[in-house]
Structure formats: C-alpha cells, structure tokens
Design a protein. Structure first.
Lengths: 152, 459
C-alpha cells in the first residue's frame, strides 16, 4: 500500500502539473445519452495524474441534486430522452450544461434517425461545447476550466 | 433433419452457439455455430407465419438474441415462453421482469443513470434484505440502430458503423467487420496486414486490461491501486496515439488492406514504452497481491461455474476464469497469432478474484506478443484475392472481453445486413446470473470484474 502511494507521489512530481492556486469548486454530473463509450473512457482518465481535473476543485458527483454542471455525452437516443431531462430538472439553479464530444454536438453522428432525438441542444440549453471524437482528458480539462473561469 | 435437430447435433459435436439474427426483411433467421477448430458456420431457417422454433432450450446462450430478433423484426420463437422484450422499452414492468414473490422480497431499481462516469443501463434487483434473488438487466438505452443505419452502405463505408458501436472495442469490432467483408469478397490478408491488425488488437487489449484492473480496484475502494492502473491506461492510450494517430485507434483499420505506415523509430519508441508499462504493471500487480484488505474482497464473490459459463455462452477472460479454455486467437488464421495457446487460469474459481487474475496474467501475454510483433516498422498492406467470394461473410475476433462475431450479408458490394455480436453482448446475461445469491453491495464489484460495454451490446 505504501509503495502504491509512494509511486503515485513520484508520478505526480514527474508530471508536474501546475497548482491552480485557488480554492473554489465545481460539481459535475455526467449523463451518457447514447455515446459509443469513448467520451466516458476519456472523461474517466481526466482524473488521473496526467490531467488531474480535481486539482481545480472539480469533482464528478453521484447525484444531479448537488451538481452545478451537467456533462452530457453522446447523441440523445429516444430511450435516454426522459432520463436526461429528469437529471436536468433535478439540478439546482444556477446550472450549466456541457455537451461533451462530437456526437453530443451532432457532428458525424452514426445512427438510424428513428432511434435518436438529436443533439443535446435539441433538448437543453448548452453553455459549453467540447468537440472531439472523443476529446482527450487534457482537452476536457482545459475546456471545463474555461467554463469555470467564466470565459465561456 | 429439422432446424432444431441440426442445431442440437452441432452442439452435441462440441460447437458453441455464437449468435442468432434475422436476415434483412426478417424472412430468415440465421444461427451461428463455432466449432472447436474456430470455424463458424450458419444454419438458416425460414420464418413461417411469423415464427420459427426456438433453440433457447438447446442453448440458453440464445436467449437475448431471440428476444432482440422478436423486438426488432417481429419474429416469434415458438417454445420461448415467456418471450420477454429486450430492446423494446415501452412496456409495463410485469412484461419484462421475472416475477419474484415471497416474504419480504422487493425490488431495487438502479439506473439508467449511474453514480459515476458510467454508461447508461438499468438494473432491477429482486432482493430480500441485501441478498440478490434475481437480476433483470435492461440495456439498449443507447440503441442507435447502427446495424440498420449501415444497410445500403458500400462495404468500406460500413466499417464506421461497426467501429463506432463501441470505442473500447473499436479495433476488435473493426477487424471482425473487415474479416467478414474480406470473407465475403474472397480476400485473404497478407502476412503484413495480419501483423498490423494483430498489433492494433493487442494494443486495444493492453489499455482495456489495464483499465479493467483499475476498475476492480475502484470497485473495492482501493484508490491508490485505481490511480496507478488508470495512469498506466492513459500511457497505453498514448501508445495507441503514437502508432495510429488516435487514442482508440479510430480509422486505423480498413477493409481489404491497411494504410497505416509507422517508421522504425516510432515503432521502437512504442516498444520501449510498452516494456516500461509491462514492468510497472507487474510491480503494481505485486502490490495488489500483497494487499490483504483488497484481496479479502475478491474470492467467492460472483461465482460462475464452468457448466454455467458454457450454458450461458460466456466468452473471453471471464469464461476462461471459469475453466472454459477457449480463445478465438488460437485459431485466427487471418491474424498473426501463430498458434497462440489460451492462458490457463491459475485458479479455476469463476469468481471476481479469478476473473481479475486472468486479466492480469493475459496482460503479460499481450505484452510479450507486442514485443515480438513490434520488431520492425509497420507497412501499408493489402488483402489478396483468394477465392470467388460469397454473399455472406463471417469474422470472428477475440476482443478484450472475448469472442466477437460479425456477419456481413452483401450484394454488389453493398451491405444488405450487418450483424455484430460482441463479447459484451454474450456476457451480459452471465453477469445477471453471477449476481444471484450475492449481496447487493457486492454487485458493483461483480460487474466490474466483467467490465462489459453497454455501447457494444446496445449498438
């Protein structure tokens, strides 16, 4: 266990990401509305020492009830329409919506038309668009930082 | 001989069921059977008055396939009672769940949205207290109708649909599709094409196995182990990017050849990084082995016996951990595995510990394979004409999660039907079975020991 923790400490030193130097927070709630699983895998790695999205006070939370941001991946399928809207309705104000990845932005979507509702913005007001198929952990982290700093 | 007799005879000869689908238009149902030598053949039966005889009593592994064909093509399977909906969601609870009654039995509904960065899917647990009596898995929230959308495409355009079914298995799905197309077109891969595709498949296996070990650490709350293996996953995906230009290898596989050209320096850099990943994952694994509180969580949880694994059609590391010694790589004459022997499990227990250990051991085999394959640059290559071709082509590939079967039906070079039966699709009913008799709080751990994709199953 100690070895694991020491390794982690060494890795953090090696990667040497700058400290954010400010103490604020942003709670993110992810909803997969019909992705290929690529955006999920990249978002999950945004918490590793190589991108470390948590150093900015960003945390991926278990409930929309205490989330500031809804991170939506995938093109919205007919079957995910209602669960997505329910998650949005459960969030307190103020709230922001991030469309994560090309499918969520209706770029190059592959699907049968009858099975999908459309891009995220067909259902919800989108505040931030993160392009990429899928966007890398570094891209996701940089984009969320823009939202956090109020530049988008 | 009736359709059922033919299927029964094939199963008795040692074939395993490897998929069932309705052909375009829904007038014919085809059953894929894979022999012990890895050869797959199709048995077709005409749909008469909207129905065909079920085979689910002969091979329970066909359960989901029949339910899917019923939902999407309106085919009835005589004798499959009750034929519960699978893809169809607009139905009352009693229609799609198994009735569970008794003192204090109640249901716990989880999802489709889960409490982390997880794909969407719904689990309905029937429990008494914390004991799971039965689990109904309802997926297809992410059903995008990819197979239908691909119909009418040129064969090389259709690859995108197979690839985008799932990012985690993008290479395996693409290669299974390419093999199916090349089988239909009468093409055989050159040895260089076989080598390039084998490299891509093993790179995908590398990051997936690292990711799946990290997932089990997360499932037990061992944050330090999760962080280590997640960091190694990130590095493995960077190797993918170095060699293919994409972290998941999107666009790296084509039908009929490979355009990938990687110079010797980049290949050598990738090989060196993989050697470093191998050393660090070995070190990390040793730490996990000596972490008593972690190890205590794993044995005798989520047991799948060898008989259950065979009956339910389990594939991949999960099946091998239960003692089913099958690996599609052992018979892949279109790939550069050269008689690879499946890794025998150290401990055939079919539980969470056995599945985790199987991945860890197979990961080492993958590192060795890659070290051997990455000894020179990767060159563009082609598949060569070998026979006149046929209307239906089949492709079988061992994805990180097990055997993935692709069928392509074509006419004049256009797709008439695409069917992709991934390892995740095969294994989801096994997860549901493995959960029974366990405690509800152990389900995340059981689930992560399989670490299946939802996107792959939903398509």
């Amino acid at each position: 266990m100690l070895t694991l923790l020491r390794n982690l400490q060494r890795l953090r030193r090696q990667v040497g990401l700058p400290s954010p130097g400010r103490g604020r927070s942003l709670a993110l709630r992810h909803v997969d509305a019909g992705s290929c699983n690529g955006c999920e895998h990249e978002l999950a790695l945004a918490t590793t020492p190589y991108a470390d999205v948590e150093r900015f006070g960003f945390s991926i939370v278990a409930s929309p009830r205490h989330a500031d941001v809804l991170l939506v991946t995938g093109t919205v399928t007919t079957r995910m329409r209602e669960p997505l809207l329910a998650a949005y309705r459960a969030m307190p104000e103020p709230r922001r919506v991030v469309a994560l990845g090309d499918c969520a932005l209706a770029r190059g979507v592959l699907a049968a038309e009858s099975e999908i509702v459309g891009p995220v913005e067909a259902l919800l007001p989108v505040d931030l668009r993160i392009a990429g198929c899928p966007p890398s952990p570094a891209t996701i982290t940089a984009a969320l930082l823009e939202l956090y700093n109020g530049t988008t | 001989m009736t359709h059922r007799d033919r299927i029964g005879a094939a199963l008795a000869e040692g074939c395993r069921f490897s998929g069932l689908y309705a052909a375009a238009g829904g007038a014919v149902v085809r059953v894929a059977l894979t022999g012990p030598d890895g050869d797959t053949r199709l048995e077709s039966v005409d749909v008469q008055n909207g129905s065909v005889p079920t085979i689910v009593d002969l091979t329970p592994a066909a359960g989901w396939d029949e339910r899917e064909a019923a939902d999407l093509y309106g085919i009835r399977f005589d004798g499959h009672e009750p034929l519960r909906p699978l893809v169809e969601h607009d139905l009352e609870l009693a229609r799609w769940t198994v009735p569970v009654r008794g003192d204090d039995a109640y249901q716990v509904a989880v999802g489709p949205i889960h409490a982390g960065v997880i794909e969407s899917g719904h689990f309905r647990f029937h429990v008494v207290g914390e004991l799971i009596l039965h689990l109904d898995v309802r997926l297809f929230y992410k059903h995008r109708g990819l197979e239908r959308a691909a119909e009418g495409c040129l064969l090389d355009e259709g690859l995108a649909y197979a690839q985008r079914a799932c990012a985690a298995c993008a290479v395996a799905n693409s290669v299974a599709y390419a093999h199916a197309c090349e089988d239909a077109l009468g093409l055989r891969p050159s040895s260089e094409l076989a080598r390039v595709r084998t490299v891509l498949l093993e790179l995908e296996r590398t990051w997936n196995h690292l990711n799946d070990i990290a997932a089990v650490c997360a499932g037990t709350g061992l944050a330090a182990g999760n962080a280590l293996f997640a960091a190694l996953t990130e590095r493995a995906r960077r190797v993918n990017e170095l060699l293919t230009g994409h972290r998941f290898g999107f666009g790296a596989v084509q039908v009929g050849g490979s355009r990938l050209a990687v110079d010797a320096a980049a290949v050598a850099a990738a090989r060196e990084e993989l050697a470093s990943l191998a050393a660090e994952s070995k070190g990390g694994w040793r730490e996990l082995l000596f972490n008593a509180s972690f190890q205590d969580r794993l044995p005798e949880v989520g047991i799948v016996t060898v008989d259950e694994a065979r009956a339910l059609g389990a594939v991949g590391p999960a099946a091998r951990a239960s003692g089913v010694s099958e690996d599609a790589r052992a018979h892949s004459d279109r790939l550069a595995y050269d008689g690879l022997a499946p890794v025998a499990p150290r401990r055939v227990a079919g539980d969470v510990q056995a599945r985790l250990e199987q991945r860890a051991v197979e990961l080492l085999q993958t590192f060795e394979l890659l070290d051997g394959l990455l000894d020179r640059r990767l060159e563009p290559a082609v598949a060569e004409a070998a026979d006149p071709g046929k209307p239906i082509g089949l492709g079988l590939v061992e994805s990180p999660r097990g055997a993935t079967q692709c069928a392509v039906e074509q006419g004049n070079g256009r797709l008439e039907r695409l069917h992709l039966r991934t390892a995740s699709y095969a294994n989801w009913p096994v997860v549901a079975h493995a959960a029974v008799g366990n405690l509800l709080p152990d389900f995340p751990l059981i689930n992560k020991s399989f670490e299946l994709c939802y996107a792959c199953a939903d398509r």
